[in-house]
Structures are given as C-alpha cells and as structure tokens.
Design a protein around this ligand. Structure first.
Ligand code: ADP
Ligand code: MG
Length: 140
C-alpha cells in the first residue's frame, strides 16, 4: 500500500453551516491525516481555473458562483491510498446516492452543494496540491 497525498476542499455549504470540525473528525477517524489546511475565499478566476474541466457543462456557472459564495477549507490529506480512500469516504457526487457512512451521505445537501471536493487521480492530486499549496508549509 502506498502512502499518498490528496487535495480536499470543504466547500461553502459546509463552512456556512459551521460543520468543518465534524467533517474533519470523519476524515481523521478514517485514518487520513490533515497535513496542511487553509481557510480561504476563492476568487472567481481561481474557481474557474480549478473547475476548468467542467467549463462546457450546463452547471458550470452555478458551480463557480457557489464555490465563491462563502469561504472554503483547502486541505492536503495523507494516508494509505489516500486518493481512492478519500473518494470512498466522500461518497457519490449526489448525496442522495451516497453510501451510509460517507461524509456526503451525512452532510451533503444536493448534487451541487455536496460539501467536499477530493482529487480523482494521482496526477490531479499533485496538480491540485500545487495549485493551492505551492510555497506553503505541508507537514508529514
Ligand atoms: P465530484 O466532486 O464527485 O468529483 P464532479 O467532478 O463530477 O464530481 O463535479 C464537480 C462538482 O460539480 C460536484 O462536486 C458538484 O459540486 C458539481 N456538480 C456536478 N454535477 C452536477 C450537476 N449535475 N448539477 C449541479 N452541480 C453539479
Ligand atoms: Mg471531480
């Protein structure tokens, strides 16, 4: 098993509801370590660049508006198979389809306001970590 790092974002619906601690507790209980963390409000440009892969999707403008509506918590998580492990812990994109025990099942509101982002591949994890944490302290 490989020790990996992944990029997590606790999204605006969760910061707004004051549940970032509850989400972090689920992350830590699952054995992932939070090795860097920052509360920030994304600029429109940052959100558009981060989600550029979805720029042609009908929900893109709504997604960007939502992502900049409140602060977010950006995090680097570390652990065994962290990328897949965190995707599993997050649950399905639509919280209504998320499995019991997942964070989106517990706290997600709908397909858009689903409380979390997690990198979906090793390559994207590296890109996304450098996008938010280049030059910043990361502990392990
Ligand atoms: P995931 O976050 O599970 O990797 P995607 O990469 O498919 O999901 O989508 C990125 C984000 O865009 C989702 O987490 C969600 O906030 C939003 N989103 C995805 N699909 C929809 C949709 N059909 N309607 C509204 N928002 C969506
Ligand atoms: Mg995705």
């Amino acid at each position: 098993m490989a020790i990996e790092r992944t990029l997590s974002i606790i999204k605006p619906d969760a910061t707004k509801r004051n549940i970032t601690g509850k989400i972090n507790a689920m992350i830590e209980e699952a054995g992932l370590r939070i090795i860097a963390q920052n509360l920030t409000r994304l600029s429109r440009k940052q959100a558009e660049t981060f989600y550029a892969v979805h720029s042609e999707r009908p929900f893109f403008q709504d997604l960007v508006a939502y992502m900049i509506s409140e602060p977010v918590v950006t995090q680097v998580l570390e652990g065994e198979n962290a990328i897949a492990a965190y995707r599993e812990l997050m649950g399905a994109t639509d919280p209504g389809e998320a499995a019991e025990g997942t964070i989106r099942k517990a706290y997600g509101i709908d397909k858009q306001e689903n409380s979390l982002h997690g990198s979906d591949s090793f390559e994207n994890a590296a890109l996304e970590i450098s996008y938010f944490f280049a030059g910043k302290e990361i502990f392990s």
